[in-house]
Design a protein around this ligand. Sequence first.
Ligand code: GDD
Length: 396
Amino acid sequence: MKLDLPRYTERFGATSLHGVQRVFELDSGFDDGREGRSISETIRRVSNEEISEIERRMAIVIPIKGERLKLLEGVLSGVPHDCLTIIISNSPRQPVDRYKLERDALEQFNRFVGRNALILHQSDPGLSDALREVGYTGLFDQNGVVRSGKAEGMVIGMLLAKMAGKEYVGFIDADNYVPGAVNEYVKIFASGIAMSKSPYTMVRISWIYKPKMSETGLYFSKWGRVSETTNQYLNSLISYYTGFETEVMRTGNSGEHCMSIRLAELLSYSSGYSIEPYEVVNILEEFGGIIPTVHQDVMDKGVEVMQVETRNPHFHEDKGDDHLREMTVASLGCIYHSKICPPKLREKILEDLRNKGMLAQGEEPQEMPKITPFNVVDMRHLARVLTKATSFAHTE
Ligand code: GDD
């Protein structure tokens, strides 16, 4: 892959937020003694060897809740062979056991491709028992079982990725119509990691287009309705501290992103659909130099957040207006409730959500439950007790 180096960077304490980088070439070949790594001062070539090497050390987590199986099968086919695929499902088990269908589809797929894959249902009581035994209960609801929610599924996926000894974890939604786009996301994840100078890295996907059907045909819009608002407030948060207006954040809601496990295990996560913007907020809270941190090594080495624009457009399931409202309130809510959110920005968020009719007068966005860092979990112990989860399957 050939992509440009970040053109500009916002530095916020120990965190470097890089502006969007572009892909010039999806596949820039093998090394074979040909041109070196740097094509020029501004373009970096990441060879197929480098990408493959990183893919072997990467798990791809696919959170799924009742998506069409055809889409899941397409997504599976787009994940590079050497990555460990981890499906965390929250699909209904009655009247039809959708989880069983997903597991059957994965097993059938793997019979042909011989891929290493794990699948688990997040509401499996055996999983909750195992988490209780290792003392990691921040994912539980009032009944002592793992809550429903996309973030909850993603955190379980990260635990399994670390348990399997992977160094990087990427996320790809199950409702993607284009397997080739999935493949590109993973190549971008690997290229970003190859370019990063810190072991504490995050790579977020910025879609070149998110096409919509219009009366005149396909319309290639650039921004999703939720992400435009989320980015605006993340940028305002950054600007408040730096004193300079910025547009650096373009991927506030990007479900497709990856992290080094070394960074992932230190972050707190916000429940449900607020997970993606809160990852950025939490990085600023922890490593932005505003609040003291116990992680001096991260402060010394720095955190890099990269954003890379795809070549493929993003075609996914459209889930309707109520869903967009829920995502907007959750996204702005996690900025609103952050301990580093200035009072002026809080007022603006409230006013905006009320003007949009997403909150009633006098109402505040709900504060989503937080999930504490998983660096405290004893992975060997977890691997031993996870056998209690009957839905857990490993296919090779
Ligand atoms: N395991 C699990 N548990 N998966 C879930 C859950 C859950 O409770 N809820 C949703 N998912 C899965 C979906 O099946 C899908 O694969 C993925 O998470 C994304 O959920 P969607 O409901 O399809 O969200 P979206 O496509 O509207 O929004 C996505 O893109 C946004 C940016 O445009 C999500 O990734 C958002 O988080 C993201 O901000």
